[in-house]
Ligand binder design. Structure first.
Ligand code: ZN
Length: 282
């Protein structure tokens, strides 16, 4: 190879040396894209339709981890087992906890024996369902990007500001939507993913699943009673879990089943949509 060609190859590598980052879940990918923009290549661990509670990485993803500069952890269940393995595999990789500074709430114990998330003593891991938490997550992402790539600090800061404005707009739209709510502020969900959302907007979620499983007939009867008492107007399910028991409940209560995933890529619109569904708007 001649010298000029070597020079060209090296300089291209230099100019286009993006940060190779790995994230656990789709919402992190959305936030990292917004702040890291074109400077970051992202590998996503938990793919659409998979559950972060039970996930196991594929060999191709382990290969990405072995070459990554950065891992953005968000304290979801599979990280407890896998993050130490990732760190062993790639000791040079910077590992950041983007959940840092987020005040965790207790997992919804509407059903007494709900222990699916109890690896963290019953803390709710679905922190990204509240705009206030997402602001903290965004700041954390910004800080670690600057740590890894100081040269592009201004670029990341500009993106951060734009993203924070978007998060605030989302919050305002949700508040406006819910201000029209005249009926019950209680909604049912199969998997209790919306605890932070409920808390932020004075709502209440009742979980259908019990200990991570579909309820038994006796438990279903209890749930129907409670839903009637609370005048629940909709049941939310997510594609990552079976909706068979939610369908039974919905039929019994004459209310719709609405499929909405807290792991959807369009974070902002997704939250606005669930607010609309709770408010009974289309
Ligand atoms: Zn979950």
């Amino acid at each position: 190879m001649n010298k000029l060609l070597i020079f060209l190859l090296l300089s291209t590598t230099y100019i286009f040396s993006n940060i190779n980052a790995v994230v656990s879940i789709v919402p992190e990918q959305t936030f990292l894209k917004a702040i890291g923009g074109e400077k970051v290549n992202i590998t996503l661990m938990v793919q659409a339709g998979d559950s972060p509670h039970t996930y196991e990485p594929k060999p191709s993803q382990m290969l990405s981890v072995s070459k990554a500069d950065l891992y953005l952890a968000i304290d979801v269940e599979f990280e407890q087992v896998w993050l130490p393995k990732f760190e062993n595999l790639n000791s040079k990789m910077v590992v950041a906890d983007v959940a840092k500074g987020v005040k965790k709430i207790a997992m919804s114990h509407e059903n007494e024996a709900h222990t699916v998330h109890d690896a963290h003593e019953g803390q709710d891991p679905h922190i990204w369902t509240s705009p206030a938490n997402v602001k903290t997550i965004a700041q954390n992402i910004y800080k670690v990007l600057v740590k890894v790539d100081k040269d592009n600090e201004d670029y990341y800061h500009h993106n951060l500001d734009a993203f924070l404005t978007q998060v605030e707009d989302t919050d305002i739209q949700i508040k406006e939507t819910l201000s029209t709510l005249k009926g019950s502020r209680t909604f049912m969900v199969f998997h209790p993913s919306w605890g932070y959302f409920a808390k932020a907007y004075g709502l209440r979620q009742i979980a259908v699943e019990v200990e991570g499983k579909s309820p038994k007939p006796r438990e279903l009867v209890q749930l129907i009673k409670e839903a009637k008492k609370e005048k629940v107007t909709a049941i939310f399910t997510q594609p990552e879990f079976s909706d068979a028991s939610a369908k039974i409940l919905a039929k019994e209560l004459h209310i719709p089943v609405i499929k909405v995933s807290p792991l959807a890529p369009n974070w902002s619109q997704n939250l606005i949509n669930i607010a609309k569904a709770i408010a009974g708007q289309k």
